[in-house]
Design a protein around this ligand. Structure first.
Ligand code: FES
Ligand SMILES: [Fe+2]
Length: 401
């Protein structure tokens, strides 16, 4: 037996058994809320398609409200979103042979050339619950008829306690302005999640323009040392885990003597910490600057792609504050924080993909160390609280969809 194999065999068994369901969650977690589009991407009467956990979903806005249906015509299976056709406010028509579905119920209500066909009224497409708040359209993706549908708030990081001194806006706060971008990344969704709150990867960002420009004291890494380093959320409400970087139970590593590396930057950000909640929502408090919060999602598209959402939120009780924040977002945060800074993360996730993809051995062969405790914690929490796991879906995505 090789040295690697020997070392692997002991810890793997105990720790891995506890998050075994997670290692199989290749196609994502079912029966959870995911962001689908920014509100600005779906105008009145527009219809557009996405894929979540391999499920094609079409969203249409009518009379201001957004509806979501399975984006696979019951007749011959085409994606209706590739040529959306809508003739009334309450229906969606397939561009191919004219099967027409009720937006709210998904029922087949007519067929253009065969309105009297007996299957009218009998056939139905799956519908998905939708919520829209602060510029984001969320869709609940899961098993047909899953009940009860939990509140959207159950699948977002929780609000900070009112007496906590370093407040940041919650995604559902009425005065929160939420601005951001999304892009497709060629890695499994779990590699996106695990990169987001990984306390050992900080030094990857050390030369990022925004870190240099703001003279931010970004540690080379953070290593949990005591029982208060991590907080797990397993009671009522969202399920997740938080890095308590301010707890004193984290070693904040600013230099590596052996490698001659020294963290630069004089400005420490108070209250900076990261947390992750099911189904994979990252919250970075006081990033990219004090008073702001960055939130991210890694929405599974299929087994080897995720839609990476990154938004910055700020409380803006007045129109003037909103205008100021929009200006700062447009001139600085979008490109320097969500763009350049997070480009480092995309690079890392795609670089890991082959190791963990089908045919790779990553889930068995990875050699995690002490600083990865929060990653192991996250995997266990998913394994305990996921509402469902998606089974392998049709693949690859058809060219025209
Ligand atoms: S495939 Fe949609 S109506 Fe025929
Ligand atoms: Fe990062």
């Amino acid at each position: 037996m090789s040295e690697t194999a020997t070392r692997r065999s002991e810890p793997v068994s105990a720790a891995r058994r506890q998050f075994d369901p997670y290692t199989k969650a290749v196609w994502g977690l079912m029966n959870h809320w995911y962001p689908a589009f920014f509100s600005s991407e779906l105008g009145e009467d527009e219809a557009k398609g996405i894929k979540v956990c391999g499920i094609p979903v079409i969203l249409r806005r009518a009379n201001g409200e957004v509806f979501a249906l399975r984006d696979q015509c019951a007749h011959r299976g085409v994606r209706m979103s590739i040529r959306p056709a809508c003739f009334t406010k309450d229906t969606l028509t397939c561009w191919y042979h004219g099967f027409t579905y009720d937006l709210e119920t998904g029922k087949l209500v007519t067929i253009v050339a065969a309105p009297d066909d007996p299957i009218v009224g009998d056939v139905k497409l799956q519908t998905f619950p939708v919520r829209e708040k602060n510029g984001i359209i969320y869709v609940f993706v899961g098993d047909d008829g899953y009940e009860p549908v939990p509140d959207l708030a159950e699948d977002l990081p929780p609000k900070l306690p009112a007496d906590y001194p370093h407040q940041v806006p919650h995604l559902l706060d009425d005065d929160a302005v939420v601005l951001g971008i999304r892009r497709t990344v060629a890695s499994n969704w779990r590699l996106g999640v695990e990169n987001g709150f990984d306390p050992g990867h900080n030094w990857l960002h050390r030369d990022s323009p925004i870190v240099v420009a703001l003279d931010t004291a970004l540690p080379l890494g953070l290593v949990p040392r005591g029982p208060n380093a991590l907080t797990t959320f397993e009671g009522d409400g969202p399920k997740g885990i938080r890095n308590e970087w301010d707890s004193g139970d984290y070693d904040v590593v600013m230099s590596s003597e052996k490698l001659g590396l020294q963290a630069r930057g004089a400005n420490k950000i108070p209250g900076l910490r990261t947390s992750i909640f099911l189904p994979g929502v990252l919250m970075v408090e006081h990033w990219p600057a004090y008073g702001l919060a960055q939130y991210e999602w890694y929405v599974p598209i299929d087994d080897e792609h995720h839609e990476y959402w990154a938004v910055v939120a700020k409380s803006c009780p007045t129109p003037a504050e909103r205008t100021d924040f929009e200006y700062a977002y447009d001139k600085l945060w979008r490109d320097a924080a969500l763009g350049a800074f997070n480009d480092d993360d995309l690079f890392a996730r795609e670089a890991m993909e082959n190791f963990y993809a089908e045919g790779g051995t990553g889930w068995d062969d990875e050699q995690l160390c002490g600083m990865d405790a929060v990653i192991v914690g996250w995997r266990k929490i998913v394994s305990r609280y996921a509402r469902g796991y998606q089974t392998p879906q049709a693949h690859p995505t058809p060219k025209n969809a």
